[in-house]
Design a protein around this ligand. Structure first.
Ligand code: NDP
Length: 323
C-alpha cells in the first residue's frame, strides 16, 4: 500500500521534497468488524490548490476550518498506547496514543518504565502520596513494573524505602539493583505484622498498595498517624471468585489515614512532566530498569500468565519484532 506522506507542516511555497512516497510492504488494510468502513482502491489522484491549506497546522492563519489538516509524518512515527495484541493495529481513536519523541532508549521501555506502568508509579506516588524527604515508604509487589520505579522515586527523594516481593531473587534485586533500604520475601514471613514492625519500628508514612488483602491488613496496623495509602492494585484478588476481606479498616480512622484509589488513565496529562523527570534520570543511571522478555507474539499468553504466578522478574514484555 503505497502512500504519499507529508514530512512536516509547510510554510511558504511547498516543495516536492516536503513529501515522500512510502510503501507499507505487505500490510493489508482491514475494516474493523462492526464498522461501516470500506477499503477502496484509488484509480486517479486529484491535485487541487486547497490541499495546500491542509499542509499547515494553525488554521487560524488561513481561516480554513472546513477541512482537517494532514497529519504529517504519521507513517514511520513511533507511538505507544493501548492496542490489541497483534502485529498490526488499525487505530481510529488517537486519544490514547502517545507519539514517541525520545528514541535514545530501547523502544520496549515504552511498554514499561516510559509507558503506562511508569506513569502509574509517577502519578500514584507523587500525586496521591504527597511524599516528603525522610518519610518511611513501603511498597508491595515491589520488583514489578510499577513497584521498581516507585521505590526508586522514593529513594531519590530521600525516603527510607522497604519493598516486599515473592522470591529471594526479587528481594536481592530490590536491595542490590534498585537500591531499596530493605526488602523481604512475604512468602517466608509467617506473620506480616511482625515483619513490618521489624522494618518500620516507627511506622509507615506511605504505603504503595499493589497486592491487597492480608498485606493491606498488616500495613494498616503499622501506619503512622496521617499516613497515605495509594491503592494502585490488588493483584492477590484478581483471580478470586470472592474477594478476601480486610479487617483493620478502623485504623484509617484511629490514625487519620488517607487511602485513595486511582486509574492511571486519568493522569495522561502528566505524561510530559513525567518524561521530563524520568528520562534524564535513566540517562544518568540514577534510575535503572529490569524487564523480563519473551520472544514472539505466540509467547504472549504464557507471558501474561506468568504475572499471576509471580514468575516475571521485572516488567514482563513480549518482543514481537524489533524492526
Ligand atoms: P508486576 O510486574 O508487579 O507483576 C505482577 C506481580 O504481582 C507478580 O510478579 C507477583 O510478584 C505479584 N503477584 C501475582 N499474584 C499475586 C498474588 N496472588 N498475591 C500476591 N502477589 C501476587 O505487575 P505491574 O507492576 O504491572 O502491576 C503492579 C500492580 O499495579 C498490579 O496490582 C496492577 O493491577 C496495578 N496497576 C494499577 C494501575 C492503575 O491505574 N491503578 C495501572 C497499572 C498497574 P511477587 O513475586 O512479588 O508476588
Amino acid at each position: 500500500n503505497k502512500q504519499v506522506i507529508l514530512k512536516d507542516y509547510v510554510s511558504g511555497f511547498p516543495k516536492e521534497s516536503d513529501m515522500y512516497v512510502s510503501s507499507n510492504g505487505t500490510m493489508k488494510l482491514k475494516v474493523p468488524e462492526g464498522s461501516n468502513g470500506i477499503v477502496v482502491k484509488n484509480l486517479y489522484l486529484s491535485c487541487d490548490p486547497y490541499m495546500r491549506s491542509r499542509m499547515i497546522k494553525n488554521k487560524a492563519i488561513t481561516g480554513n476550518y472546513y477541512i482537517d489538516s494532514f497529519k504529517p509524518g504519521s507513517k514511520g512515527d513511533l507511538v505507544w498506547g493501548r492496542t490489541g495484541w497483534e502485529e498490526y493495529s488499525l487505530i481510529t481513536d488517537f486519544q490514547n496514543m502517545f507519539k514517541i519523541q525520545h528514541t535514545e532508549v530501547p523502544m520496549s521501555y515504552y511498554t514499561g518504565i516510559l509507558g503506562m506502568p511508569g506513569l502509574t508509579a509517577y502519578a500514584g506516588f507523587f500525586e496521591l502520596c504527597s511524599p516528603k524527604k525522610g518519610e518511611n515508604v513501603f511498597i508491595s509487589t515491589a520488583s514489578g513494573a510499577v513497584g521498581q520505579l516507585v521505590g526508586q522515586f522514593a529513594k531519590l527523594l530521600g525516603c527510607y524505602v522497604v519493598g516486599s516481593a515473592g522470591s529471594k531473587e526479587k528481594v536481592d534485586l530490590l536491595k542490590n539493583k534498585f537500591n531499596f533500604n530493605e526488602a523481604f520475601n512475604y512468602k517466608e514471613e509467617p506473620d506480616l505484622d511482625a515483619a513490618l514492625k521489624r522494618y518500620f519500628p516507627e511506622g509507615i508514612d506511605i504505603y504503595f498498595e499493589n497486592v491487597g488483602a492480608k498485606m493491606l491488613d498488616a500495613v494498616l496496623l503499622n501506619m503512622k498517624a496521617h499516613g497515605r495509602i495509594a491503592a494502585c492494585g490488588m493483584i492477590s484478588q484478581h483471580n478470586l471468585d470472592k474477594p478476601e476481606g480486610v479487617h483493620n479498616l478502623m485504623h484509617l480512622i484511629y490514625k487519620q489515614i488517607r487511602i485513595e484509589g486511582f486509574f492511571v488513565f486519568d493522569y495522561d496529562h502528566l505524561y510530559p512532566k513525567f518524561l521530563e523527570l524520568v528520562l534524564p534520570q535513566i540517562a544518568e543511571g540514577k534510575i535503572v530498569y529490569v524487564e523480563d522478555t519473551a520472544e514472539g507474539l505466540e509467547s504472549g499468553p504464557a507471558a501474561l500468565i506468568r504475572l499471576f504466578s509471580g514468575l516475571n522478574i521485572g516488567k514482563q514484555v513480549v518482543f514481537i519484532t524489533q524492526e
